[in-house]
Design a protein around this ligand. Structure first.
Ligand code: NAD
Length: 372
């Protein structure tokens, strides 16, 4: 087992995706250091981040791998979502581990190319989903793993984010080609990842895709100008799980500011829990006492200034990223499985892309059916 910190190369220096992960690195100095970064835009922000991270900066991934490749063990891909595949392929080809930010990419075909390349590489491919390491999520996952829920009945995700026209204007965000959608794939992918992980734990399935029987929903655009937002600012995805339970997901970037997303998990015996974007437990009821209960009571609905990113893109903070790294890096050192690897890590993105494909081709209402 190596006990040397892994050395990180960050692809896409200037955005919030890169910043949130980089801010977690000083919290785990024994596990990870930043060795290099690259960005196609070399401005003051780029220079500032290189200085802050005390690392070398390059104009593109090929130059970075050619000149600093021997100093890099793992890449964080933080380019716009529809530009993840190319750096992932370059990193895996060079035998590096790759931590792609969410989603893995923006089409099923591109995500599958990345997953296929990982099969051929000495490097491993992971997808960021840091919210799994919020305290309430860890407790909820532990309770479900122990089968404390009577029988999974329903999971409801309400994800009321707020983004103005300026967030989408002139940006890759909210465009089908570069974001793969909008509210559901960019923001609500976080609670979708959590909800599907909860469902898999409750049902005891190892591969998430084995538990879904039916998938449907609608995509709408209600608040933003069509010139700036091509995809959904309100959408509704629902699916049926094997065993009969239902999962319902409402995604918005058209909500009032300062609201937090919630995930409600309900069992047949009126047991279950509700957890929010800060990992606070708004409900925690199981029919038998368990080891998680004392800690869960401490994570009650105490007022918090954070919005979990609902109205401020940096509102998510980096503490959960640090916890994710505390789980990920030892798994790499010890060649152990990691829960966000390969198709399991990409699952929420793959599911959402299939939802969009279905919902963009709806059957429609037939007016004739209402006539006598
Ligand atoms: N996990 C989270 O909570 C979280 C939060 C924010 C963003 N993200 C993810 O991070 C990714 C980036 O989002 P963002 O908001 O930071 O975007 P951004 O547009 O603000 O930043 C992306 C950066 O990548 C650079 N870039 C573009 N193409 C490049 C290339 N080929 N090589 C190198 N650099 C390139 C851009 O110049 C820019 O500096 C997205 O996939 C997003 O979903 C995740």
């Amino acid at each position: 087992m190596s006990v040397q910190p892994l050395r990180l190369g960050i692809v896409g220096t200037r955005g919030n995706g890169a910043k949130l992960l980089a801010d977690a690195v000083p919290l785990v100095p024994d596990l990870l250091t930043i060795a290099a970064t690259c960005d196609v835009v070399q401005d003051a922000k780029f220079e500032g981040r290189c200085a802050q991270w005390q690392c070398r900066g390059f104009r593109d991934i090929d130059t970075m791998l050619a000149q600093a490749g021997s100093d890099i063990d793992i890449l964080h891909v933080a380019t716009p979502s529809g530009m993840h595949l190319e750096p992932i392929l370059a990193g895996l080809k060079a035998g590096k581990h790759v931590l792609s930010d969410k989603p893995l990419d923006v089409t099923v075909a591109r995500m599958r190319l990345a997953l296929g390349a990982a099969q051929e590489s000495a490097g491993r491919l992971f997808v960021v989903s840091q919210n799994r390491w919020l305290p309430g999520m860890q407790l909820a996952a532990a309770a479900l793993k122990k089968q404390r829920l009577s029988k999974l009945c329903r999971i409801t995700v309400i994800s009321p984010w707020n983004r103005g026209d300026d967030y989408y204007h002139g940006s890759w965000r909210g465009k089908w080609a570069t974001d793969g959608g909008a509210a559901m794939i960019n923001q609500t992918i976080h609670p979708v990842d959590l909800a599907t992980n909860f469902a898999a734990l409750a049902l005891g399935v190892e591969r998430n895709w084995d538990m879904i029987e039916l998938l449907g929903g609608v995509i709408l655009q209600v608040a933003h100008q069509p010139e700036v937002l091509e995809a959904d600012d309100v959408s509704h995805m629902h699916f049926k799980l094997s065993g009969g339970a239902e999962v319902d997901v409402v995604a918005m970037t058209a909500a009032k500011p300062e609201r937090k997303w919630t995930i409600a998990v309900e069992g047949w015996d009126d047991d279950g829990f509700i957890v929010d974007a800060d990992g606070r437990l708004l409900r925690w009821e199981f029919n038998q006492p368990g080891d998680e209960d004392a800690e869960a009571r401490k994570l009650g609905p105490i007022a918090s200034a954070s919005t979990g990113g609902a109205s401020d893109p940096l509102g998510v903070g980096s503490a959960a990223h640090a916890e994710m790294l505390r789980a990920l890096i030892p798994a790499i050192w010890n060649d152990r499985p990691f829960e966000l690897e390969g198709a399991q890590g990409a699952f929420a993105g793959l599911l959402i892309r299939q939802f969009y494909e279905n919902a963009r081709d709806p059957m429609g209402l037939r007016p004739d059916n209402f006539k006598a």
